[in-house]
Design a protein around this ligand. Structure first.
Ligand code: SAH
Ligand code: SF4
Ligand code: F3S
Length: 468
């Protein structure tokens, strides 16, 4: 058993990051899943979604086949998220249902992802969820064939709380045929005081540029139209490498592969430099869309959060992006009810929203995460007050979202049609270069194509249009 350990997870040394080909599978393991079906449920961010693409490929290497119906599965894996308490609640809710299932049929259950990296969660599994067959951490995905094999006889727990390596040979089964996630870095060293990610994902480790460029070229060959470069803090890409190479260099090299669309998430405002902005404005295939988390508009709260920028610096960056990247859309993340947030602090946040008029925002009530500094700060705002602030903020965010979308009415915009619309089978859905969701009446021959669409109606969260 390898149990998670918060103190180990917090540690950062200068130890060199190893690039490993650690994924191995034996001939016997390749038959373990024959005639069996798997179901993977994913929570959390894009990083987790991409990890699930790795998990699915490993399971298929083991002979399992996919099912969309959990009740049909012989193996269920939950790839969990630890970012807020409600993420926990959802997972424990589903575990209740699975336990029930397990009473009437034989089904193997695995628990992975960021919650598996938490001491308190694994303690709870050891005490109350003895029927879960295996637990694996974010650093242990490559070892799934062994973990699953060992769990046939006893509960297997494999969670490393290491700084982490980079494992290059894990297979991937991508959810989309047209757009792909490409990891450019793992982990995070920012340690924002509220955030659990640096503990669940290890230290910042950038992938070497050649692996990233090779992966993008491979995707082009396979017909992919869009890549999203993934990292918790992509603007800091390369800072941990021995070579003189940064995010601006990488963006330029990826742009030169001529893949049709390039996106990246997430940008920390602190590391967004002018070179990056120049590259973005120079290459047409880098999409004019930036997710730029604000978190709070109050300098006092930003300091308590450890974000290392001020309200003014954020607004300056925002204005620079808007002026240098024409037609750029910008979205954000905001936390309300952080410890010590006064009405005035909250008003500062609203002020920034009124200045930036975001295209969209993900808004959250602060959720204390065990082990983080903010969880030990005195928090004397009532839940009622926090909910009221969230509501006020959401109303403002929605207003600007709709206003921004309204500007698209009757305009012609490029849309990559990626899937059937969830509402109506005669419609396809896709995103504009600026990351606006558009539903279009079109048949399946348009799937995977970037088409010009005239926007005919506009809502807060999406738009409808016609192919021109
Ligand atoms: N790496 C990204 C954020 C990843 S987490 C970045 O630095 O921007 C996604 C969002 O969840 C964060 O931007 C933050 O707004 C929110 N979040 C993180 N920890 C939280 C917590 N403890 N309580 C509430 N929201 C949180
Ligand atoms: Fe969390 Fe901050 Fe790292 Fe983002 S930059 S993952 S918010 S610690
Ligand atoms: Fe959640 Fe882990 Fe992502 S905590 S947001 S799944 S990095």
């Amino acid at each position: 058993m390898n149990l998670p350990n918060l103190n180990d997870a917090r540690r950062r040394t200068k130890e060199k990051v190893e690039i490993l080909d650690n994924y191995k599978i034996t001939e016997e393991q390749k038959t373990l899943g024959l005639n069996k079906k798997y179901f993977v449920k994913t929570y959390g961010c894009q990083m987790n979604e991409h990890d699930s693409e790795n998990i699915k490929a490993i399971l298929e290497d083991m002979g399992y086949t996919a099912t969309d119906n959990m009740e049909d599965a012989n193996l269920i894996i939950l790839n969990t998220c630890a970012i807020r308490e409600n993420a926990h609640n959802k997972v424990f809710g589903l575990l209740g249902r699975i336990k029930h299932m397990k009473q009437s049929k034989e089904v193997m259950v695995g628990f992975g992802g960021c919650m598996a990296q938490e001491e308190v969660i694994v303690d709870e599994i050891l005490n109350k969820y003895k029927w879960i067959d295996f637990v694996f951490g974010t650093h242990n995905i490559y070892d799934l064939p062994n973990i699953i094999e060992k769990s046939k006889n006893k509960q297997e727990i494999d969670v490393f709380s290491i700084e982490g390596d980079v494992i290059e040979n894990i297979p991937v089964k991508r959810d989309s045929k047209y757009k792909a996630w490409v990891n450019i870095m793992y982990g995070c060293d920012k340690f924002c005081t509220y955030c659990i990610v640096p503990y669940t994902r290890g230290k910042q480790r950038s992938r070497l540029p050649k692996y990233i460029i090779d992966e993008v070229n491979e995707l082009i060959k396979d017909g992919y139209k869009e890549v999203t470069l993934l990292g918790q803090n992509v603007n800091a890409y390369g800072k941990d490498l021995d070579i003189d190479y940064n995010m601006a260099n990488l963006l330029e090299d990826v742009a030169k592969t001529n893949i049709e669309r390039i996106r990246f998430v997430t940008s920390h405002p602190w590391d967004f430099n002018d070179d990056m902005i120049d590259v973005m404005s120079k290459y047409k295939n880098i999409m004019p869309y930036i997710h730029l988390p604000l978190q709070s508009g109050s300098d006092k709260i930003l300091k308590l959060m450890g974000r290392r920028y001020t309200k003014e610096e954020y607004i300056d960056l925002y204005n620079k992006l808007k002026s240098k990247i024409p037609n750029c859309s910008i979205t954000t993340d905001i936390i309300v009810g952080f410890p010590n947030e006064t009405k005035e602090d909250f008003q500062d946040t609203l002020d920034v929203v009124n200045i930036c008029k975001y295209d969209g925002a993900f808004t959250f009530i602060f959720s204390p995460r065990i082990g983080t500094p903010a969880s030990r700060m005195k928090d004397d705002i009532t839940l009622e007050e926090k909910e009221e602030r969230l509501q006020t903020l959401n109303n403002l965010v929605n207003k600007y979202s709709k206003e921004n979308n309204d500007k698209y009415l009757n305009k012609i915009v490029p849309v990559l049609l990626e899937d059937y619309s969830s509402k109506n089978g005669n419609y396809l859905k896709g995103y504009t270069d600026t990351m606006k969701l558009v539903n279009v009446k079109a048949d399946s021959s348009y799937l995977g194509k970037i088409v010009n669409v005239k926007i005919t109606s506009v809502k807060t969260w999406s738009m409808d249009g016609e192919i021109i």
